[in-house]
Design a protein around this ligand. Structure first.
Ligand SMILES: [Zn+2]
Length: 198
């Protein structure tokens, strides 16, 4: 692992390449054109995992994705508020909730269910607590070949989607008016493929 100074330096150098239009992700014209406003067609709730970067894996540019990332793609109040803001402000037609294989947060929730730890920090416990009901609901009698983990990732995506649809007024209204479509997805860490879920 590199140290903090080197990590910070990498960010600074990356921003310099970006400003010089050498980064490949955006030109100076793109930056200038978007300064006046954004109208992202997609709102995406995803996991904070450093390997699951929506703009990169969907090959999207500045201004195209309104992204909210939180460990375990959990629809907590601030996350929901961010999504609602985008729904109301931009009228984006598509909301994607994307989980991923081998999610560390899902795996931590499974561990918490299997063997609750007494020293889990409070905020982490709160996050896992939001994930646990859905993950518990797909607990197999016998966990063979990581089946629980695989099902838990999808159950967790479905639970976030359900929570957004059932408890958010703006999302409910937009879906009812057919101006917003919501869909679940799973990113495969090994292959790089995204599977959209029914
Ligand atoms: Zn994750």
């Amino acid at each position: 692992m590199i140290d903090a100074n080197e990590a910070l330096q990498r960010l600074q150098e990356g921003n310099e390449r970006y400003l010089a239009g050498e980064g490949g992700a955006a030109s100076r014209q793109d930056i200038a054109a978007l300064a006046a406003g954004q109208s992202p067609a997609v709102i995406l709730l995803g996991c904070s995992d450093s390997r699951v970067v929506p703009e990169i894996l969907f090959d999207q540019h500045l201004g195209e994705l309104f992204v909210v990332r939180v460990a375990g793609n959990v629809a907590s109040p601030e996350v929901m508020a961010s999504i609602e803001f985008a729904v109301l402000r931009f009228g984006s037609p598509l909301l994607v909730v994307m989980g991923h294989t081998d999610c560390g947060a899902v795996s931590a929730a499974i561990a918490e269910l299997s063997e609750p730890a007494s020293d889990t920090p409070r905020n982490i416990k709160g996050l896992l607590g939001r994930m646990i009901p859905a993950i518990k609901s797909v607990r197999p009698h016998q966990d063979e070949d990581g089946a629980w983990m695989r099902q838990a990732v999808r159950a967790n995506v479905a639970a976030s989607l359900r929570h957004l649809l059932q408890t958010s007024g703006p999302i409910k209204e937009a879906v009812g008016a057919q101006t917003l479509t919501v869909v679940g997805a799973e990113y495969n860490l090994s292959t790089g493929a995204v599977e959209f879920l029914d």
